[in-house]
Design a protein around this ligand. Sequence first.
Ligand code: XIL
Length: 369
Amino acid sequence: MKFINPCLLAVTAVLFVNCSAKKGVTSLKDVYKKDFYIGTALSADQIEEKDAKVDSLIKKEFNAITAENIMKSMYTHPQKDKYDFALSDKFVAYGEKNKMFIHGHTLIWHSQLAPWMEKIEDSTDMKAFMRDHITTIVSKYKGRINSWDVVNEALNDDGTLRQSIFFKTLGEKYLVDAFKLAEKADPKVDLYYNDYNIEEPAKRAGAIALIKKIKAAGGKVDGVGIQGHWRLQSPSIEEIEKSILEYSALGIKVAFTELDITVLPNPWDLKGADVNQKFEGSAKMNPYPEKLPDSVQTQLVERYASIFKLFLKHKDKISRVTFWGVYDGQSWLNDWPIKGRTNYPLPFDKDLKHKQAYDSILKLKKTKE
Ligand code: XIL
């Protein structure tokens, strides 16, 4: 008897729908629809829809967006009495037009500050800055932005508070103040504390203590953002799982907000994502300028699969998983912490083609359903 392809036969309407779904209409956002948002970080060019191919990939695969840079204070608030919302208006409009979850990144962060902010020296000026900055920006997008990183990277790796310009002028009270100001400006928006390495035990303990303190002092914290700038071998799945459990035990949502996995050697075994760390390059530090060897590709596939398997196990606690960039060619990891390398950290390659890592993330759902 001749083989009859059930997809072609379309025996029943249900079968027909199933087959067409499998024939390539699938995407990350569709497959994970019932689990959590799948997000990406957009560059200025992507917000302005400059490249049609990239744009259609973004719309097909993702249902949540973060601005990779343009909502940082140096761009939104370049001078004391001057805000610039040209690009952030476009970013929010893009999200609305495409019915995406819109995340604001970020309000209070010690990096990528406007030069005038770095000169603030006393508590009165810093308080005034924080009030004006947070109130103006959060009120402007009230009801349109779904969640905010209110404070980004307030901790050192040992869990103590970073001696940032905010801490130096205001002491630790700046943390509660920031959350209270944000809530006042938009009582309904979700408010997050966001940081890197907070799945590591010492820093995690610091983050838990910090979130508890803010809440005890009357601040509203709805979630924690674990950035997720990770490596092939670390952090371990066990530490990530402990983090999901311990943070969600605080009664808050857990988001993975800047996920990418470097496959390149790290200078001095660097962990984390301190944007101010820079190192000299060398051929040894850029081992795959043309192509990722199959053996490393396989490790990346397995790493993404085990991470998403864990995310699915705890989908009830996870609100969003956002990749830090749309495709490899655009990733910040090509220039950090060493300039001009070729990295392969995302599910899409430099030509926008989906990688085996992408297939492994999709497959986790297909085999289950
Ligand atoms: C990075 C951007 O990707 C780069 O383009 C920029 O030059 C530096 O900042 N943690 C964060 C992000 O919270 O805002 C950083 O983004 C990466 C580390």
